[in-house]
Design a protein around this ligand. Structure first.
Ligand code: F6R
Length: 638
């Protein structure tokens, strides 16, 4: 789809550059920083950089390290000031920004230690004010910041300047917004452990920088980015103050850009080159905006909705309505494995073979049932040979106390049977001792990791039994990239891809289901999907069965496909929804409260049901049949 858009659109009040993926954006920003450092070097001057932590700048730091190692970029003339630090915080704690900066950048370059400045989270509170004044003075004494790198929080914070911060604010101690605390919980394991306060440069400090680069990656940032770039300047979104700065660049990937008007509703910005995809998006948008089913939209509605250009091209509303309505109707099927002996020209799946081998990849041990439990049950009920492949052990998401409980069980069982009691006592003591002294965020011992993996494996097996998946069709892949014992994972490796290749060759499926979380640049789901893409790439052209294999992408617990993207919509009856809920309940270690709940307070089964109800409601609003719930899929052509 090519859209003619006008970057000078009145909607955008900050210059935005959109990259295909975060790595490309990060490289371009790193080059710009390197350029600044070199030009300062030539003049015999220092380059004064304001630096950020968090996930956003990691790619930039990675490229700067590469430039240092491979292209001789020196940081000897660089002085840095970090935006912020949690308070209180000891520098040697895993979550400290001192630790982060050294691990991600400083340990790998030739910066002079005395040139590094990071707010000190160890100070007694009565010293903080004086310290903050001194921090400002130090920046001034270095001639001010040449360039400030920023991420953006979902509250719209820059640094830790939460909503309510004034444009003139200086370095100070602040309270963190509850949303920021929820987002930080992933680094602290639990929300309760996140410090409530932080030291941060002020908005005023940031605004004094001569140049500012704001980074945003991933769909999670899309909404706040749109408000920052297109909204009014307001202390409710502190990042919007950047609109008053003369030299800002906003660098984003295509997912963070999703809510910008030129991307989301390009017809509001200028002329469009209309293809089927864009027409479908526009008509669905109009139907929801006008609160009218598609088939009731009139020429007037198209004109009032800024779509007269599309109307002129199509002739009349009726032609557009019926075309889009039919396309959506054809996505609905109660036969996710294809309807045997039927005309399948307008159906999402093929009629033959009547009984298919279906392979469901599940990144964590519960994604299958959470995301497509209703469809899985249907596939089994309709007689297909359903396989489930659990890609990772998911051991990280098990509470310590559960590990301890199962260790007690194992010991009790050994004692009861009087088998291997001595060994078990030793192992049990080891587990108890380790857990007693485990520090916040510390990696589990190998034994504890093993117990946690077994817990999740048992739950997945139970859910499969409940759904009727044959025992020999349940596969545990334990992909190595995941096995770090930490939130941070290894990059995708050869062994990971080979594991996927092996299982594909073993099963030779007619259809594959995979978690299609394309929008999250960092998550485990994305890595698991990349492994599948890489494996399919290797087999393509070599394996005949692959020519006749469909790949369906489902969405994880966090989000659903946009209705205009859906290519297969599987209706779920109230009874099926209840069975799906029970299958999810088999994952007891994830119930009530999960180790990684993300920023959603609902349990997984609730999120999943809400999502499936919402899709059904959307179909209903567009004027299609009213269902209880719908699971949605997009087909990926490879
Ligand atoms: C970090 C900082 C914060 C982060 C923001 C986004 O030093 O000041 O403003 O930039 O919270 O965090 P990530 O990049 O982790 O999404």
């Amino acid at each position: 789809m090519e859209v003619l858009h006008y970057p000078e659109t009145t909607f955008e009040k900050l210059p935005v550059t959109i990259f295909e993926d975060p790595a490309e954006g990060a490289v371009s920003v790193a080059y710009e920083i390197a350029e600044l450092i070199r030009s300062k070097q030539e003049k015999g001057e220092q380059a004064v950089l304001g630096l950020a932590t968090g996930s956003s700048p990691i790619g930039v730091y990675k490229e700067l390290i590469r430039l240092h190692r491979e292209e001789g970029l020196s940081f000897a003339n660089v002085v840095t000031f970090n935006l912020d630090e949690y308070y209180p915080m000891q520098p040697d704690e895993l979550q400290s920004y001192v630790h982060f900066m050294h691990e991600q950048l400083f340990n790998h370059i030739d910066i002079l230690p005395e040139n590094i400045h990071i707010p000190d989270g160890t100070l007694p509170v009565e010293k903080v004010k004086e310290y903050c004044l001194a921090y400002e003075q130090q920046i001034k004494a270095c001639g001010g910041l040449d360039l400030q790198l920023l991420g953006i929080g979902r509250t719209g914070h820059i640094g830790f300047n939460e909503p309510g911060s004034s444009i003139n604010s200086a370095t100070r101690l602040v309270k963190l917004d509850p949303l920021t605390i929820t987002d930080a919980a992933k680094d602290f394991i639990k929300e309760e452990y996140v410090p409530l306060r932080a030291l941060t440069m002020g908005v005023g400090t940031i605004m004094k920088a001569r140049q500012i680069i704001l980074l945003a990656w991933g769909e999670g940032k899309a909404k706040i980015l749109q408000e920052t770039v297109e909204g009014k300047i307001s202390d409710e979104v502190p990042a919007s103050f950047l609109q008053q700065h003369p030299h800002v660049q906003v660098v984003v990937d295509k997912w963070a850009a999703l809510e910008l008007t030129r991307i989301k509703t390009p017809w509001l910005v200028g002329m469009c080159l209309w293809d089927d995809n864009l027409i479908r998006r526009a008509v669905i948008w109009l139907s929801l905006k006008m609160h009218k089913p598609i088939l009731k939209l009139t020429d007037e509605d198209y004109k009032d909705g800024s779509l007269s250009d599309l109307l002129a091209e199509a002739g009349n509303a009726y032609a557009l309505n019926i075309k889009v309505f039919n396309t959506i109707q054809h996505t609905i099927t109660g036969w996710p494995g294809g309807k045997p002996n039927s005309n399948d020209t307008q159906r999402p799946e093929r009629a033959a073979p009547a009984l298919k081998r279906s392979l469901i990849f599940s990144p964590h041990p519960d994604d299958d049932v959470i995301s497509m439990g209703g469809t899985l049950l249907r596939l089994v009920d309709q007689g297909h040979d359903v396989h489930v492949a659990y890609q990772t052990s998911g051991n990280l998401a098990v509470f310590d106390d559960d590990a301890r409980r199962y260790a007690d069980f194992a010991l009790g069982f050994a004692e009861k049977l009087n088998v291997g009691v001595e060994t078990m006592q030793q192992q049990h003591a080891e587990v108890v001792e380790f857990l007693k002294h485990k520090k916040l965020g510390e990696e589990d011992s190998a034994l504890v990791q093993e117990i946690k993996a077994l817990i999740r494996r048992g739950e997945a097996a139970a859910a499969c039994r409940f759904c009727g998946v044959k025992e020999q069709n349940v596969h545990f892949m334990n992909m190595p990239f995941y096995e770090t014992g930490q939130v941070k994972k290894k990059p995708l490796g050869e062994a990971d891809i080979q594991a996927v290749v092996d299982i594909l060759q073993e099963i030779q499926p007619h259809q594959i289901f995979a978690a299609g979380d394309l929008r999250d640049p960092h998550g485990t789901h994305r890595v698991c999907l990349d492994a599948i893409f890489a494996a399919l790439g290797r087999l393509k052209g070599k394996e005949a069965w692959l020519d006749d294999c469909y790949l369906w992408l489902y969405r994880g617990a966090w989000q659903e496909w946009d209705v205009e993207e859906i290519e297969m919509a599987v209706p779920i009856s109230p009874e099926e929804l209840m069975r799906k809920r029970k299958a999810i309940f088999k994952h007891q270690s994830q119930k009530d409260s999960a180790v990684f709940p993300g920023n959603d307070k609902r349990e997984f089964w609730q999120r999943s049901e809400d999502r499936n109800h919402a899709t059904a409601k959307l179909y209903d609003q567009l004027g299609l049949t009213e269902y209880e719930a719908i699971e949605a899929f997009v087909r990926h052509r490879f």
